[in-house]
Ligand binder design. Structure first.
Ligand SMILES: Cc1cc2nc3c(=O)[nH]c(=O)nc-3n(C[C@H](O)[C@H](O)[C@H](O)COP(=O)(O)OP(=O)(O)OC[C@H]3O[C@@H](n4cnc5c(N)ncnc54)[C@H](O)[C@@H]3O)c2cc1C
Length: 455
């Protein structure tokens, strides 16, 4: 064991983890391949935001930055669904605190980086890309992204928080026999910006997450503090029509938006320009085994458990993983090999569960939200939660407004889904629900039975 550790990757996970490790009394050196986002516009004019929910908030509170983060949040009370020329609101929950918040990725990470440096124990080196790890020579191999110079840096324990293409992970699985399963999604994404209106204000309603669900593709928009919206188009990567491939090879971009998103298209005057110049991102679920190598290395965040963004949980889960790892290390002072092994064993069922739920949520967002049967089930779920909150919590609320372990959420949601199915089969209106039967079924839900996760 050592009192100096190294982190590779100063994104959300790395910057959060550096504070936790500093609080354990460790001195931390962190390497990041990009320039310092606090002084350089690394997103080249794009304003990228994320949905922050309870798991992330709990972690931010734990490292003492939540009051600063509050200042940069925009609450989103529900989904505003744009369909058939009209809109309808679907609240995220039934209680005042049940909402999610839009937050700038850069602003949030900057707060964490400042807090990390303020500990006096975290030193950050930017523009340093890790190429690999030599576990025999105990060195990390870097290339300076500005200087182009290669260098080797000695390390004793390295934490890999270098995202979904993690170099640390790739070196790790070579020495520990772990596996990396990348499940690419057939859909990719492109981020666009909806500018402020002529009066300088938001062009569409501010405190909601806008969705234009179109079954095989969808558009979402999250508010930014600058009175703009970050808009993301999720669309098939390939295909003869309605795909990034088609639109990039001569397809009619304005025509595509006018046909499918008629109320949105006029709000972004340079839509075609943005579409051509902004990158097309790919999406994948990353599942790995072999998160650690003795007490020498461990990976977390997107490096070990990357999820598709349809539950808005990737960063939230990465933050939660930092807290879980910190607790394991505190439980086993002086024995990090055990701490890291326990971390993987305890956390992997949860990260696998959120990976599944995130993929399933794509169908919910792109298709189900406009399906009458889904809407009925959702209305009944919210009512069951209102009537018997101790026994029934909708799955969305368990993921977003709770810290119940994800694997346990998945198990409870499956049981609750059966209740909803039985209660609503053949019905078209919530007024037809048999509430006496509902009370009986809900009281029979026994979440205390032994679960797979032991949670
Ligand atoms: C379109 C989209 C929307 C999303 N929306 C949400 C949302 O609403 N809510 C949510 O919770 N999550 C969301 N996510 C997921 C979220 O962005 C990630 O889960 C989160 O950023 C993971 O944090 P991380 O620190 O593990 O990895 P990253 O954010 O990928 O950070 C890794 C860091 O390591 C650096 N790095 C990479 N390679 C190297 C290297 N070789 N050497 C040195 N440094 C390196 C990178 O520059 C980066 O700074 C979304 C993702 C996408 C793609």
């Amino acid at each position: 064991m050592t009192d100096h550790v190294t982190i590779v990757g100063a994104g959300p996970a790395g910057s959060m983890l550096s504070i936790l490790l500093a609080r354990q009394g460790l001195s931390v050196t962190m390497y990041e391949s990009r320039p310092d986002m606090r002084t350089t516009d690394i997103w080249a004019g794009r304003s990228i935001n994320l949905a922050l929910a309870t798991r992330g908030i709990e972690a931010l509170r734990e490292v003492g930055v939540m009051s600063e983060v509050e200042e940069i949040l925009i609450p989103m009370m529900g989904r505003l669904v744009h369909d058939d020329g009209g809109t309808s609101m679907q609240p995220y929950g039934s209680r005042p605190h049940e909402y999610i918040s839009s937050v700038s990725r850069t602003a949030l990470t900057s707060i964490l980086l400042d807090a990390a440096e303020a500990t006096g124990q975290v030193e950050i080196h930017f523009n340093m890309r890790c190429r690999g790890v030599d576990f025999e020579a105990n060195t990390l191999q870097f290339t300076g992204t500005v200087s182009g110079e290669a260098s080797n840096v000695a390390f004793t324990t390295v934490f890999g928080t270098d995202g979904s293409a993690s170099a640390v992970r790739n070196a790790l699985v070579e020495v520990n026999g772990g596996r990396v399963d990348l499940e690419p999604l057939v859909h990719g994404y492109k981020e666009l910006t909806m500018p402020a209106g002529a009066d300088g204000g938001y062009q569409i309603e501010r405190e909601v997450l806008h969705i234009w669900p179109r079954r095989d593709f969808m558009l979402i928009a999250l508010p930014d503090l600058e009175e703009t919206f970050t808009v993301t188009l999720f669309l098939a990567n390939e295909g003869p029509t309605d795909s990034f491939e088609h639109l990039a090879s001569g397809g009619d971009v304005p025509g595509f938006f006018e046909e499918h998103f008629a109320d949105f298209a006029p709000l972004v005057p340079d839509l075609a320009d943005q579409f051509t110049t902004h990158p097309h991102g790919h999406l994948a679920t990353v599942r790995t085994t072999g998160w650690a190598h003795g007490d020498r290395a461990v990976i977390l965040g997107d490096a070990s458990h990357g999820v598709v963004p349809f539950h808005g949980q990737g960063m939230n889960a990465a933050f939660e993983s930092c807290i879980v790892l910190d607790a394991c290390m505190r439980d086993h002072p002086g024995d990090w090999a055990t701490a890291f092994a326990e971390f993987e064993q305890g956390r992997k069922p949860d990260t696998d569960a959120i990976a599944d739920m995130a993929v399933a949520n794509y169908v919910e967002m792109s298709t189900s939200v406009v399906d009458e049967r889904y809407q009925l089930r959702r209305a009944v779920a919210l009512e069951l939660d209102r009537l018997w909150p101790e026994q029934f919590t909708p799955r969305y609320a368990m993921v977003m407004f709770n810290t119940i372990p994800y694997a346990e959420v998945q198990r409870r949601a499956a049981l609750q889904g059966e209740v909803l199915e039985r209660l609503t089969v053949g019905l078209t209106d919530i007024g037809e629900v048999d509430w006496a039967a509902a009370e009986r079924m809900v009281s029979e839900l026994d979440f205390n039975q032994a679960s797979d996760t032991g949670a």
